[in-house]
Design a protein around this ligand. Structure first.
Ligand code: CA
Length: 473
Protein backbone atom coordinates (compact mmCIF):
# COMPACT_ATOMS: atom_id res chain seq x y z
CA UNK A 1 0.00 0.00 0.00
CA UNK A 2 2.72 2.37 1.03
CA UNK A 3 4.56 1.40 -2.11
CA UNK A 4 1.44 2.27 -4.20
CA UNK A 5 1.13 5.63 -2.47
CA UNK A 6 4.75 6.35 -3.34
CA UNK A 7 3.92 5.75 -6.97
CA UNK A 8 1.02 8.19 -6.75
CA UNK A 9 3.26 10.75 -5.08
CA UNK A 10 5.88 10.32 -7.77
CA UNK A 11 3.21 10.67 -10.45
CA UNK A 12 1.87 13.89 -8.94
CA UNK A 13 5.35 15.34 -8.51
CA UNK A 14 6.14 14.65 -12.16
CA UNK A 15 2.76 15.95 -13.32
CA UNK A 16 2.98 19.18 -11.35
CA UNK A 17 6.53 19.84 -12.44
CA UNK A 18 5.86 19.64 -16.19
CA UNK A 19 5.00 22.39 -18.62
CA UNK A 20 1.86 20.45 -19.52
CA UNK A 21 0.43 21.22 -16.12
CA UNK A 22 1.36 24.91 -16.45
CA UNK A 23 -0.55 25.21 -19.72
CA UNK A 24 -3.57 23.33 -18.38
CA UNK A 25 -3.66 25.52 -15.32
CA UNK A 26 -3.63 28.69 -17.42
CA UNK A 27 -6.37 27.26 -19.63
CA UNK A 28 -8.53 26.53 -16.68
CA UNK A 29 -8.63 30.26 -15.90
CA UNK A 30 -10.44 30.88 -19.18
CA UNK A 31 -13.64 29.13 -20.09
CA UNK A 32 -14.54 28.88 -23.77
CA UNK A 33 -17.02 31.71 -23.27
CA UNK A 34 -14.28 34.04 -22.01
CA UNK A 35 -11.87 33.20 -24.78
CA UNK A 36 -11.70 36.07 -27.24
CA UNK A 37 -12.21 35.50 -30.93
CA UNK A 38 -9.27 36.63 -33.02
CA UNK A 39 -9.47 38.05 -36.54
CA UNK A 40 -6.29 38.87 -38.41
CA UNK A 41 -7.12 41.08 -41.39
CA UNK A 42 -4.27 41.36 -43.86
CA UNK A 43 -4.26 43.79 -46.77
CA UNK A 44 -1.87 42.92 -49.57
CA UNK A 45 0.54 45.62 -50.81
CA UNK A 46 -1.34 48.52 -49.22
CA UNK A 47 0.60 51.82 -49.08
CA UNK A 48 1.21 53.25 -45.59
CA UNK A 49 -0.14 56.65 -46.61
CA UNK A 50 -3.35 55.37 -48.18
CA UNK A 51 -5.50 55.30 -45.04
CA UNK A 52 -7.42 58.19 -43.52
CA UNK A 53 -5.63 57.70 -40.19
CA UNK A 54 -2.28 57.99 -41.95
CA UNK A 55 -3.20 61.23 -43.64
CA UNK A 56 -4.52 60.15 -47.04
CA UNK A 57 -5.92 63.14 -48.89
CA UNK A 58 -7.35 61.02 -51.69
CA UNK A 59 -8.69 57.76 -50.30
CA UNK A 60 -11.40 57.42 -47.66
CA UNK A 61 -11.15 54.43 -45.32
CA UNK A 62 -13.72 55.08 -42.56
CA UNK A 63 -13.96 51.46 -41.40
CA UNK A 64 -10.22 50.88 -41.02
CA UNK A 65 -9.89 54.32 -39.40
CA UNK A 66 -12.60 53.36 -36.91
CA UNK A 67 -10.65 50.25 -35.88
CA UNK A 68 -7.74 52.52 -34.96
CA UNK A 69 -9.84 55.25 -33.38
CA UNK A 70 -11.65 52.77 -31.11
CA UNK A 71 -8.57 50.61 -30.55
CA UNK A 72 -4.79 50.90 -30.56
CA UNK A 73 -2.88 52.43 -33.46
CA UNK A 74 0.74 51.21 -33.49
CA UNK A 75 2.58 54.01 -35.27
CA UNK A 76 5.90 52.10 -35.38
CA UNK A 77 4.68 48.75 -36.68
CA UNK A 78 6.90 46.57 -38.85
CA UNK A 79 6.63 43.47 -40.96
CA UNK A 80 9.59 41.10 -41.16
CA UNK A 81 10.06 41.24 -44.93
CA UNK A 82 9.30 43.76 -47.67
CA UNK A 83 7.58 41.08 -49.82
CA UNK A 84 4.52 38.89 -49.35
CA UNK A 85 5.53 35.31 -48.73
CA UNK A 86 8.39 35.69 -46.20
CA UNK A 87 6.41 38.37 -44.36
CA UNK A 88 3.58 35.85 -43.96
CA UNK A 89 6.01 33.11 -42.89
CA UNK A 90 7.14 35.45 -40.10
CA UNK A 91 3.78 36.46 -38.70
CA UNK A 92 2.30 32.97 -39.08
CA UNK A 93 5.05 31.41 -36.93
CA UNK A 94 6.15 34.14 -34.49
CA UNK A 95 9.74 33.49 -35.61
CA UNK A 96 11.77 35.63 -37.94
CA UNK A 97 11.42 33.58 -41.11
CA UNK A 98 15.13 33.84 -41.92
CA UNK A 99 15.79 31.73 -38.83
CA UNK A 100 14.41 28.80 -40.88
CA UNK A 101 15.75 29.85 -44.27
CA UNK A 102 12.63 31.58 -45.61
CA UNK A 103 14.42 34.65 -46.96
CA UNK A 104 12.80 34.75 -50.36
CA UNK A 105 9.47 35.18 -52.02
CA UNK A 106 8.19 31.92 -53.46
CA UNK A 107 9.18 31.92 -57.11
CA UNK A 108 10.02 29.09 -59.45
CA UNK A 109 12.33 26.38 -58.23
CA UNK A 110 16.04 27.21 -58.70
CA UNK A 111 18.80 24.90 -59.91
CA UNK A 112 20.30 22.98 -57.00
CA UNK A 113 17.35 23.56 -54.69
CA UNK A 114 14.86 20.85 -53.76
CA UNK A 115 11.27 21.89 -54.67
CA UNK A 116 10.12 19.73 -51.73
CA UNK A 117 11.10 22.72 -49.57
CA UNK A 118 9.33 25.43 -51.59
CA UNK A 119 6.99 26.50 -48.81
CA UNK A 120 6.66 27.02 -45.05
CA UNK A 121 8.84 24.21 -43.61
CA UNK A 122 6.67 21.55 -42.05
CA UNK A 123 8.96 21.66 -39.01
CA UNK A 124 7.39 25.05 -38.18
CA UNK A 125 4.08 25.48 -36.34
CA UNK A 126 1.57 28.12 -37.46
CA UNK A 127 -0.72 30.38 -35.41
CA UNK A 128 -3.49 27.90 -36.18
CA UNK A 129 -1.40 24.98 -34.83
CA UNK A 130 -0.91 26.87 -31.56
CA UNK A 131 -4.57 27.90 -31.20
CA UNK A 132 -6.14 24.55 -32.07
CA UNK A 133 -5.29 22.75 -28.78
CA UNK A 134 -6.59 25.83 -26.93
CA UNK A 135 -10.05 25.11 -28.32
CA UNK A 136 -10.14 27.36 -31.37
CA UNK A 137 -11.79 26.79 -34.75
CA UNK A 138 -9.37 28.17 -37.34
CA UNK A 139 -10.38 29.54 -40.72
CA UNK A 140 -8.42 30.98 -43.61
CA UNK A 141 -10.32 32.99 -46.19
CA UNK A 142 -8.28 34.23 -49.19
CA UNK A 143 -4.57 34.15 -49.95
CA UNK A 144 -2.16 31.59 -48.49
CA UNK A 145 1.17 32.03 -50.35
CA UNK A 146 3.13 29.68 -48.09
CA UNK A 147 3.56 26.84 -50.56
CA UNK A 148 1.50 25.12 -53.26
CA UNK A 149 2.62 21.51 -52.69
CA UNK A 150 0.23 19.27 -50.71
CA UNK A 151 2.42 19.16 -47.59
CA UNK A 152 2.12 22.95 -47.22
CA UNK A 153 -1.65 23.15 -47.65
CA UNK A 154 -3.38 25.29 -44.99
CA UNK A 155 -5.59 22.35 -43.96
CA UNK A 156 -2.38 20.54 -42.98
CA UNK A 157 -1.11 23.62 -41.10
CA UNK A 158 -3.73 23.86 -38.38
CA UNK A 159 -6.65 25.37 -40.31
CA UNK A 160 -10.03 23.66 -40.04
CA UNK A 161 -11.58 25.62 -42.86
CA UNK A 162 -10.15 27.09 -46.05
CA UNK A 163 -11.76 29.12 -48.80
CA UNK A 164 -9.21 30.62 -51.13
CA UNK A 165 -6.11 29.90 -53.17
CA UNK A 166 -2.61 28.80 -52.27
CA UNK A 167 -0.70 31.17 -54.61
CA UNK A 168 0.38 34.79 -54.27
CA UNK A 169 -2.53 36.57 -55.91
CA UNK A 170 -5.78 36.25 -57.79
CA UNK A 171 -7.86 37.84 -60.48
CA UNK A 172 -10.57 40.08 -59.02
CA UNK A 173 -13.20 39.21 -61.61
CA UNK A 174 -14.12 35.78 -63.00
CA UNK A 175 -12.16 36.70 -66.14
CA UNK A 176 -10.17 39.72 -67.18
CA UNK A 177 -7.72 40.12 -70.04
CA UNK A 178 -4.76 41.15 -67.85
CA UNK A 179 -5.37 38.56 -65.16
CA UNK A 180 -4.34 35.33 -66.89
CA UNK A 181 -1.77 34.27 -64.31
CA UNK A 182 -4.22 34.68 -61.52
CA UNK A 183 -7.36 32.99 -62.76
CA UNK A 184 -7.02 29.81 -60.71
CA UNK A 185 -10.06 28.08 -59.20
CA UNK A 186 -11.06 28.84 -55.63
CA UNK A 187 -10.71 25.88 -53.26
CA UNK A 188 -12.86 25.20 -50.25
CA UNK A 189 -13.20 22.22 -47.92
CA UNK A 190 -16.59 23.15 -46.51
CA UNK A 191 -18.66 24.33 -49.47
CA UNK A 192 -18.73 24.34 -53.25
CA UNK A 193 -17.42 27.80 -54.03
CA UNK A 194 -19.79 30.05 -55.97
CA UNK A 195 -18.41 31.73 -59.07
CA UNK A 196 -16.46 34.86 -58.15
CA UNK A 197 -18.23 38.20 -58.30
CA UNK A 198 -15.47 40.62 -57.26
CA UNK A 199 -13.00 38.78 -55.06
CA UNK A 200 -12.73 41.47 -52.36
CA UNK A 201 -16.51 41.17 -51.87
CA UNK A 202 -16.34 37.39 -52.03
CA UNK A 203 -13.64 37.22 -49.34
CA UNK A 204 -15.64 39.67 -47.19
CA UNK A 205 -18.83 37.60 -47.63
CA UNK A 206 -17.04 34.35 -46.72
CA UNK A 207 -15.65 36.01 -43.59
CA UNK A 208 -19.17 37.08 -42.59
CA UNK A 209 -20.41 33.53 -43.20
CA UNK A 210 -17.56 32.12 -41.07
CA UNK A 211 -18.42 34.49 -38.20
CA UNK A 212 -22.12 33.57 -38.38
CA UNK A 213 -21.40 29.83 -38.36
CA UNK A 214 -18.85 30.00 -35.53
CA UNK A 215 -20.21 32.73 -33.30
CA UNK A 216 -20.58 30.21 -30.44
CA UNK A 217 -17.01 28.84 -30.74
CA UNK A 218 -13.85 30.66 -29.90
CA UNK A 219 -12.52 31.23 -33.42
CA UNK A 220 -9.45 32.46 -35.24
CA UNK A 221 -10.15 33.92 -38.66
CA UNK A 222 -7.31 34.86 -41.00
CA UNK A 223 -9.03 37.29 -43.40
CA UNK A 224 -6.37 37.35 -46.08
CA UNK A 225 -7.50 39.86 -48.73
CA UNK A 226 -5.55 40.25 -51.96
CA UNK A 227 -6.55 43.90 -52.31
CA UNK A 228 -4.91 46.12 -53.40
CA UNK A 229 -2.30 43.77 -54.96
CA UNK A 230 -2.13 43.70 -58.78
CA UNK A 231 -3.87 43.02 -61.18
CA UNK A 232 -5.41 46.50 -61.12
CA UNK A 233 -9.12 45.75 -61.36
CA UNK A 234 -11.96 47.69 -59.77
CA UNK A 235 -15.73 47.84 -60.01
CA UNK A 236 -17.32 50.68 -61.98
CA UNK A 237 -19.24 52.21 -59.07
CA UNK A 238 -16.04 52.52 -57.00
CA UNK A 239 -14.12 54.01 -59.91
CA UNK A 240 -16.87 56.62 -60.18
CA UNK A 241 -16.26 57.65 -56.55
CA UNK A 242 -12.68 58.49 -57.41
CA UNK A 243 -13.18 59.98 -60.87
CA UNK A 244 -11.38 63.16 -59.74
CA UNK A 245 -8.06 61.28 -59.63
CA UNK A 246 -6.57 61.84 -63.09
CA UNK A 247 -4.10 58.92 -63.20
CA UNK A 248 -5.95 55.74 -64.19
CA UNK A 249 -3.80 53.34 -62.16
CA UNK A 250 -4.04 55.50 -59.05
CA UNK A 251 -7.79 55.85 -59.54
CA UNK A 252 -8.16 52.08 -59.85
CA UNK A 253 -6.01 51.58 -56.75
CA UNK A 254 -8.15 54.03 -54.75
CA UNK A 255 -11.28 52.16 -55.81
CA UNK A 256 -9.71 48.83 -54.78
CA UNK A 257 -8.77 50.18 -51.33
CA UNK A 258 -12.28 51.60 -50.97
CA UNK A 259 -13.78 48.16 -51.60
CA UNK A 260 -11.39 46.60 -49.08
CA UNK A 261 -12.55 49.12 -46.49
CA UNK A 262 -16.23 48.42 -47.25
CA UNK A 263 -15.64 44.70 -46.66
CA UNK A 264 -13.83 45.31 -43.40
CA UNK A 265 -16.92 47.28 -42.39
CA UNK A 266 -19.03 44.20 -43.25
CA UNK A 267 -16.85 42.01 -41.01
CA UNK A 268 -17.20 44.45 -38.12
CA UNK A 269 -20.95 44.60 -38.60
CA UNK A 270 -21.16 40.79 -38.61
CA UNK A 271 -19.37 40.72 -35.24
CA UNK A 272 -21.91 43.21 -33.84
CA UNK A 273 -24.88 41.26 -35.19
CA UNK A 274 -23.50 38.02 -33.75
CA UNK A 275 -23.07 39.75 -30.38
CA UNK A 276 -19.36 38.96 -30.21
CA UNK A 277 -17.81 42.35 -31.10
CA UNK A 278 -16.89 43.17 -27.50
CA UNK A 279 -14.70 40.11 -27.01
CA UNK A 280 -13.06 39.86 -30.42
CA UNK A 281 -9.52 41.04 -31.06
CA UNK A 282 -9.33 42.43 -34.58
CA UNK A 283 -5.87 43.07 -35.99
CA UNK A 284 -5.21 44.93 -39.22
CA UNK A 285 -1.93 45.17 -41.18
CA UNK A 286 -0.55 45.27 -44.68
CA UNK A 287 1.83 42.37 -45.41
CA UNK A 288 4.46 44.76 -46.82
CA UNK A 289 4.80 48.33 -48.02
CA UNK A 290 3.06 49.51 -51.16
CA UNK A 291 4.75 48.76 -54.50
CA UNK A 292 4.58 52.32 -55.81
CA UNK A 293 5.78 51.14 -59.23
CA UNK A 294 3.15 48.45 -59.81
CA UNK A 295 -0.09 49.49 -58.06
CA UNK A 296 0.38 53.29 -57.66
CA UNK A 297 0.24 53.08 -53.86
CA UNK A 298 1.72 55.83 -51.67
CA UNK A 299 3.89 55.16 -48.62
CA UNK A 300 4.06 58.79 -47.46
CA UNK A 301 5.57 59.97 -45.17
CA UNK A 302 8.08 57.20 -45.82
CA UNK A 303 10.52 56.69 -48.68
CA UNK A 304 10.87 53.39 -50.50
CA UNK A 305 8.42 50.64 -51.39
CA UNK A 306 7.72 46.92 -51.46
CA UNK A 307 10.94 44.97 -52.04
CA UNK A 308 13.37 47.14 -50.05
CA UNK A 309 14.22 47.77 -46.42
CA UNK A 310 13.70 51.53 -46.34
CA UNK A 311 10.66 52.40 -44.20
CA UNK A 312 8.38 52.42 -47.25
CA UNK A 313 8.96 48.67 -47.63
CA UNK A 314 8.49 47.44 -44.06
CA UNK A 315 6.78 50.11 -41.91
CA UNK A 316 3.09 49.28 -42.25
CA UNK A 317 -0.36 50.15 -40.88
CA UNK A 318 -0.68 48.14 -37.66
CA UNK A 319 -3.91 48.27 -35.63
CA UNK A 320 -5.41 46.24 -32.78
CA UNK A 321 -8.99 46.57 -31.62
CA UNK A 322 -10.48 44.64 -28.69
CA UNK A 323 -13.19 46.60 -26.86
CA UNK A 324 -13.26 44.29 -23.84
CA UNK A 325 -9.57 44.56 -22.96
CA UNK A 326 -7.72 47.28 -24.88
CA UNK A 327 -7.89 51.02 -24.33
CA UNK A 328 -9.81 52.91 -26.96
CA UNK A 329 -8.27 55.61 -29.17
CA UNK A 330 -4.71 54.89 -28.06
CA UNK A 331 -1.47 55.45 -29.93
CA UNK A 332 1.41 53.11 -29.12
CA UNK A 333 4.67 54.49 -30.47
CA UNK A 334 7.37 51.94 -29.58
CA UNK A 335 8.60 49.65 -32.35
CA UNK A 336 6.51 46.48 -32.65
CA UNK A 337 6.59 43.58 -35.08
CA UNK A 338 4.15 41.22 -36.74
CA UNK A 339 6.26 38.55 -34.98
CA UNK A 340 4.32 39.60 -31.89
CA UNK A 341 1.04 38.17 -33.19
CA UNK A 342 1.61 34.50 -32.31
CA UNK A 343 2.69 35.07 -28.68
CA UNK A 344 -0.07 37.68 -28.21
CA UNK A 345 -2.80 35.46 -29.66
CA UNK A 346 -1.56 32.41 -27.80
CA UNK A 347 -1.58 34.06 -24.39
CA UNK A 348 -4.95 35.78 -24.74
CA UNK A 349 -6.33 32.39 -25.82
CA UNK A 350 -5.20 30.92 -22.50
CA UNK A 351 -1.90 29.38 -23.59
CA UNK A 352 1.48 30.05 -22.10
CA UNK A 353 4.53 30.93 -24.12
CA UNK A 354 7.61 29.04 -23.04
CA UNK A 355 11.25 29.52 -23.91
CA UNK A 356 11.26 26.35 -25.96
CA UNK A 357 8.82 27.98 -28.40
CA UNK A 358 11.75 30.16 -29.54
CA UNK A 359 9.50 33.02 -30.57
CA UNK A 360 11.11 36.24 -31.74
CA UNK A 361 7.93 38.10 -30.87
CA UNK A 362 6.37 39.00 -27.53
CA UNK A 363 2.84 39.27 -26.13
CA UNK A 364 2.00 42.95 -26.73
CA UNK A 365 -0.93 43.21 -24.32
CA UNK A 366 1.12 44.08 -21.17
CA UNK A 367 2.96 46.75 -23.17
CA UNK A 368 -0.27 48.34 -24.39
CA UNK A 369 -1.81 48.34 -20.90
CA UNK A 370 1.48 49.76 -19.53
CA UNK A 371 1.88 46.85 -17.11
CA UNK A 372 5.25 46.40 -18.79
CA UNK A 373 7.01 49.71 -19.29
CA UNK A 374 10.14 48.59 -21.15
CA UNK A 375 10.20 48.43 -24.94
CA UNK A 376 8.92 45.22 -26.55
CA UNK A 377 12.08 44.87 -28.70
CA UNK A 378 15.60 46.12 -27.89
CA UNK A 379 16.14 45.93 -31.65
CA UNK A 380 14.52 44.57 -34.81
CA UNK A 381 16.52 42.94 -37.60
CA UNK A 382 15.80 42.12 -41.22
CA UNK A 383 17.56 40.02 -43.83
CA UNK A 384 16.12 40.02 -47.32
CA UNK A 385 18.12 38.42 -50.16
CA UNK A 386 21.01 40.87 -50.78
CA UNK A 387 20.03 43.35 -48.05
CA UNK A 388 19.91 43.50 -44.28
CA UNK A 389 18.86 46.10 -41.72
CA UNK A 390 18.65 46.73 -38.01
CA UNK A 391 16.58 49.22 -36.04
CA UNK A 392 17.70 49.93 -32.49
CA UNK A 393 15.89 52.72 -30.67
CA UNK A 394 15.90 55.79 -32.90
CA UNK A 395 18.62 54.48 -35.23
CA UNK A 396 18.36 52.35 -38.32
CA UNK A 397 21.15 50.90 -40.43
CA UNK A 398 20.67 49.35 -43.88
CA UNK A 399 23.40 47.23 -45.48
CA UNK A 400 23.61 46.70 -49.26
CA UNK A 401 26.29 45.01 -51.39
CA UNK A 402 27.15 47.99 -53.62
CA UNK A 403 27.50 50.98 -51.27
CA UNK A 404 28.50 52.24 -47.88
CA UNK A 405 26.09 51.29 -45.11
CA UNK A 406 23.23 53.72 -44.62
CA UNK A 407 22.62 55.01 -41.09
CA UNK A 408 19.53 57.07 -40.35
CA UNK A 409 18.23 58.80 -37.23
CA UNK A 410 14.53 58.14 -37.74
CA UNK A 411 12.87 60.75 -35.47
CA UNK A 412 14.71 63.60 -37.23
CA UNK A 413 14.86 61.99 -40.67
CA UNK A 414 11.57 60.25 -41.42
CA UNK A 415 12.39 59.91 -45.12
CA UNK A 416 15.86 58.41 -44.57
CA UNK A 417 17.74 60.88 -46.74
CA UNK A 418 20.62 61.94 -44.46
CA UNK A 419 23.09 59.08 -44.28
CA UNK A 420 25.04 59.58 -41.04
CA UNK A 421 27.22 56.46 -41.41
CA UNK A 422 30.47 58.41 -41.76
CA UNK A 423 29.57 61.04 -39.16
CA UNK A 424 28.56 58.49 -36.53
CA UNK A 425 31.21 55.88 -37.16
CA UNK A 426 31.02 54.28 -33.71
CA UNK A 427 27.25 53.80 -34.06
CA UNK A 428 27.69 52.45 -37.60
CA UNK A 429 30.31 49.94 -36.43
CA UNK A 430 28.24 48.81 -33.45
CA UNK A 431 25.12 48.22 -35.54
CA UNK A 432 27.05 46.52 -38.37
CA UNK A 433 28.58 44.21 -35.79
CA UNK A 434 25.20 43.25 -34.30
CA UNK A 435 23.63 42.79 -37.71
CA UNK A 436 26.53 40.83 -39.17
CA UNK A 437 26.88 38.56 -36.13
CA UNK A 438 23.16 37.73 -36.30
CA UNK A 439 23.34 37.19 -40.06
CA UNK A 440 26.22 34.69 -40.04
CA UNK A 441 24.50 32.60 -37.37
CA UNK A 442 21.43 32.11 -39.58
CA UNK A 443 21.02 29.11 -41.86
CA UNK A 444 21.19 29.39 -45.64
CA UNK A 445 17.96 30.05 -47.51
CA UNK A 446 16.00 26.87 -48.33
CA UNK A 447 14.96 28.31 -51.71
CA UNK A 448 15.85 31.30 -53.88
CA UNK A 449 14.10 33.64 -56.26
CA UNK A 450 15.31 34.36 -59.77
CA UNK A 451 18.60 36.31 -59.94
CA UNK A 452 16.96 39.24 -61.71
CA UNK A 453 15.36 40.30 -58.42
CA UNK A 454 18.79 41.16 -56.98
CA UNK A 455 19.39 43.80 -59.65
CA UNK A 456 15.84 45.10 -59.44
CA UNK A 457 16.23 45.55 -55.74
CA UNK A 458 19.28 47.81 -56.01
CA UNK A 459 17.44 49.90 -58.59
CA UNK A 460 14.57 50.36 -56.15
CA UNK A 461 16.95 51.94 -53.60
CA UNK A 462 17.97 54.54 -56.20
CA UNK A 463 14.44 55.38 -57.39
CA UNK A 464 12.55 58.56 -56.49
CA UNK A 465 9.46 58.24 -54.32
CA UNK A 466 6.65 60.62 -53.47
CA UNK A 467 6.87 61.24 -49.70
CA UNK A 468 4.02 63.72 -49.31
CA UNK A 469 0.31 63.46 -49.94
CA UNK A 470 -1.00 65.00 -53.15
CA UNK A 471 -3.05 68.17 -52.80
CA UNK A 472 -6.66 67.27 -52.25
CA UNK A 473 -8.16 66.42 -55.59
CA1 CA B 1 2.13 41.69 -50.34
Amino acid sequence: MLRNNSYYLLFFLLYFSTGVYAIEQTNSLLTDIDKPNIILIVADDLGFGDLGINGSTQIKTPNIDKLAKTGVNFTEGYVTSPVCSPSRAGFMTGKNQVSFGYDNNIGGSQLGFDPEFLGLPISQKTIADYLKPLGYINGLIGKWHLGDAPQFHPLKRGFDEFWGYTGGGHNYFPSEPDGKRYNIPIQSNYKTPNPLTYITDDVGNECVDFIQRHQKDPFFLFASFNAPHTPMQAVAEDLALYEAIPDKKRRTYAAMVHRLDVNIGKIMQALELAGVAENTLVVFISDNGGPVDSNASLNAPYRGQKGILLEGGIHVPFIMNWPKKLPTGTVYNKAVSTLDFVPTFMEIAGGKVSESDNFDGVNLIPFITKENKVVPHPNLKWRFTISAAIREGDWKLVRLPDRLPMLYHLPTDTIEQNNLALKEVAKTEALLKKLGTWDVHLPHPVFLEGAIWKRRQLGLYDAEYPVTQPNNE
